[in-house]
Design a protein around this ligand. Sequence first.
Ligand code: PL3
Ligand code: FE2
Ligand code: FE2
Length: 231
Amino acid sequence: MQQLSVSSELDFQSESYKDAYSRINAIVIEGEQEAHDNYLKLAELLPDHKEELIRLSKMENRHMKGFQSCGRNLSVTPDMDFARTFFSGLHGNFQKAAATGNVVTCLLIQSLIIECFAIAAYNIYIPVADPFARKITEGVVKDEYTHLNFGEVWLKDHFEASKAELEEANRQNLPLVWRMLNDVADDAHNLGMEKDALVEDFMIAYGEALSNIGFTTRDIMRMSAYGLAAA
Ligand code: PL3
Ligand code: FE2
Ligand code: FE2
């Protein structure tokens, strides 16, 4: 019953909780919206997987609606301007990669980095969430593993041809993740989530993904170090 005692220390109706929630909730809504758009773009770039990618994009749309209802349930208005700024770096890099047909970079950004970020955040949020949001988030996180798996399987099947682009995309985008984690650390703390735990769970999920794709432990150590100094 440790989870109950953790969440009972949080007052979901306090002004400080709701203030932090207005930004975290917006981040999650914006993240799900962008994930929806990104899978639709990937469906264009990978016509052989069109049906499946459209199915994934529909799941993201459902996730977005679920998290909107979490905000409404707490009478919180999400700060969407804050969230768009929060995602602008990854968003811009995805758009650039899509425009030049760099599908490997698009997959790294959406299916590896963003999904691992979501998996880490949602797993850490579940034990400290209000009962309504907990139920929604439990359903969402199961789906995120299947989205991560799509990227892993495709990149594993095209590993040799993708390796150099993956390394470059990792180098350009991983530092943005550390900046995002720093930007969200105080608000996450107010919801009962610690930055160290977010970093740890993200690194475990991301490292496992790189390993499943075909990278060696040595590669993974080297790739994980990019931008870490900022964390
Ligand atoms: C892809 O399916 C979803 C992308 C969402 C990205 C979410 C990142 C979340 C970081 C904020 C940490 C707090 C999470 C709280 C959960 C409600
Ligand atoms: Fe999602
Ligand atoms: Fe997802």
